[in-house]
Design a protein around this ligand. Structure first.
Ligand code: NAD
Length: 322
């Protein structure tokens, strides 16, 4: 098997490589060539940790495996390492033998940013000029960088529950050459053509009335039962897309609109169908499109497989006998 350590990932997997891998696997999911396995997530009763597995099989791309890991809230304070920890394991689909072990921490941020940027590529208006960011934590920087590749944005407007975190996001915007303004949520909705929400909130920040016609939203923070970033009524007004419907309605932003009876499971479109051309995506300049990105195991396998391929080509994958 090959090992690709966490420390190598930054030098191997570019946002473009992550984008290509994620766009392809979303397409494979929509055509039925790839599917995710049920997610396991357990509070292990030790260090307050949440541990689990996200796995799947991509018959088209040949990736079989799982991401194992979770959230250890005491890591930073006690050990000086980040709280989210994950590792991807890939298996040979022909034999079941383990094929690779890949550091999954940076890959998670890259594949999550790739997912929202796939949605922006396929669903945002071509003339989108202002990017709105709701959230300024770890993931937001990756999200901003990936989004900036999809449209020639002229400005970033941002809001965060903890405003003291915004200047750091402003630095990322400055590195991209983009003017940055901290605004109220009402101002953000009034200006933005594309909005990314990437918070760990359990109640909505962005309300239906904040969002104007023609906006594309990528709601990326809600990945657990009970979390919520936007008002459920917004999903009733929007055309709703997702990575995977089963996750969207249970742990995604759509869980609340479905529970309230505002939309049904059948109203939600897999983004891969738009990539494949079997769904038209946005059909008018006034339509609100909303991508509910919950994060699926196949995204992790896709970017990990890309990392292994690049690492082997560059001679940095470590080969071990198992
Ligand atoms: P982080 O802890 O670095 O940042 C958290 C963000 O949420 C900050 O902007 C913070 O100000 C904001 N926030 C905290 N409490 C809030 C509240 N009550 N109301 C509004 N905002 C609040 O976290 P991160 O690593 O940037 O992750 C952000 C979210 O994205 C988390 O919920 C995480 O689970 C989720 N996530 C999703 C995926 C996916 O594939 N969809 C992947 C990775 C992370």
């Amino acid at each position: 098997m090959f090992i690709v350590p966490e420390r190598e990932i930054a030098g191997l997997v570019t946002p473009e490589a992550a984008f290509e891998a994620v766009e392809a696997v979303f397409a494979a999911m929509a055509s039925g060539a790839a599917w995710n396995f049920p997610v396991v997530r357990e509070a292990i009763g030790h260090e307050d940790a949440l541990y689990g597995f996200k796995g799947g099989f991509d018959r088209a791309g040949g990736a079989l495996g799982l991401k194992a890991g979770g959230y250890w809230p005491n890591n930073i304070e006690k050990r000086g390492i980040i709280n989210h920890q994950s590792t991807v394991f890939l298996f040979d689909p022909d034999t079941g033998r383990v094929a690779a072990m890949v550091g999954g921490n940076l890959l998670t941020a890259l594949r999550t940013a790739a997912a929202s940027s796939v949605s922006i590529k396929h669903l945002a208006r071509k003339d989108a000029k202002v990017l709105g960011m709701v959230g300024a934590g770890h993931q937001s920087h990756f999200q901003l960088r990936a989004a900036a590749r999809q449209r020639p944005f002229e400005k970033v407007v941002a809001w965060n529950y903890h405003p003291e975190m915004l200047p750091k996001l402003g630095q990322t915007a400055a590195e991209l050459g983009l003017p940055f303004e901290a605004v109220s949520l009402a101002e953000l909705g009034a200006q933005a053509d594309v909005i990314i929400t990437i918070t760990s909130a359990f109640s909505p920040s962005l309300m239906d009335a904040h969002v104007r016609p023609g906006t594309h939203l990528a709601c990326m923070g809600t990945d657990t039962k009970g979390k919520q970033e936007v008002e459920a009524a917004l999903l009733a007004r929007a055309t709703v897309f997702c990575d995977e419907v089963a996750q969207s309605v249970t742990i995604g932003e759509a869980q609340h609109a479905v529970a309230a009876g505002l939309i049904g499971e059948r109203d939600i479109v897999q983004i891969g169908a738009v990539v494949n051309g079997t769904h038209p995506g946005r059909t008018s300049a006034d339509e609100i499109t909303l991508f509910d990105g919950t994060g699926v195991g196949l995204q992790d396998l896709a970017v990990a497989a890309a990392a292994v391929g690049i690492a082997r080509a560059r001679g940095v994958a470590i080969e071990v006998e198992v």
